[in-house]
Design a binder for this molecule. Sequence first.
Ligand code: DGL
Length: 330
Amino acid sequence: MTHKANIVVIGTGGTIAGQGKAASNTSAYLCSVLGIDEILATIDPRSLAVDLRAEQLLQTGSENFGNEQLLAIGRRVAVLLAQDDVDGVVIAHGTDTIEETAYFLHLTLKSAKPVVVVGSMRPPSAMSSDAALNLYDAIAVAAHPASVGLGTLVVANDEIHTARDVTKGNSFKVEAFRSPYGPLGYVIEGRPRYYRHPCRAHTLATPWSAGTLASLPQVDIVQAYGALEAETVNALAARANGLIFAGTGNGNVPAHLIEPLRDAARRGVHVVRASRTGSGIVLHNGAQPDDLYDWLSVDDQVPSKARILLMLALTQSRDVQTLQAVFERY
Ligand code: DGL
């Protein structure tokens, strides 16, 4: 008899758990109303050779997720992955912040077992909803041996993305998810096809563990524009351990904000130069003399994920060079 993969599907809310009044409601609908059992009932997993178990962990839009929700998801998934009778985990999640949760899990789970985060852009009640197929595909990916050891994956719109790279790049279209170097592969009729692997360190090769993290330090993001005032930057820097400065272009900093950001660094706030463009590299010591100012730079990471990475890094070190090395490694 073929071994059936034991997959746990965790519900947290989002559009994949949403419901509209009419099939034409692709954008106006109630989010996070269907339970995970109701969502699972919309697919027929018999062709996938899986045994499914469902759990409802949260029930809210992912725009409401703070660090507590990240830690709660991380802890629960860590417990499940440690069980011999669990081969993989799927998390049904709102799409708005799927990239943050997935990257947090990618960096903190101590297991090679597949973890797939999945959402949908249209609720199950809408015409041409992507909910059922995305969920079916996510289960197929989590159950497949080829997904072992790849870290946390995000599945949507027939594509498999690494959690490190994927971002939500459109507010309503079904093809909302992008990775700057492309997806890892596709999933077609219940079978993943991989064409490349993540090359940056993750899961078992990181020093962070979702199972033991008790809290995360305060890291904020500020996005640059010409009229951004020093008072705004100072207010954020006054409360944060770290500040991601999403500069224009390749991490440019307006002249009037250089001193406020240097002051923040002198007070021990870790200032990280990023870019608001959504992709590309911020070269260390490129547009600004980062080492001279004790600033960090993100390499190619987007501000939302740079925040996750810096929070984790700050749980272990406050040394500027060690922190910069983290941005080059993960
Ligand atoms: N409120 C949004 C969220 O949970 C719904 C968006 C979605 O899931 O696509 O992230």
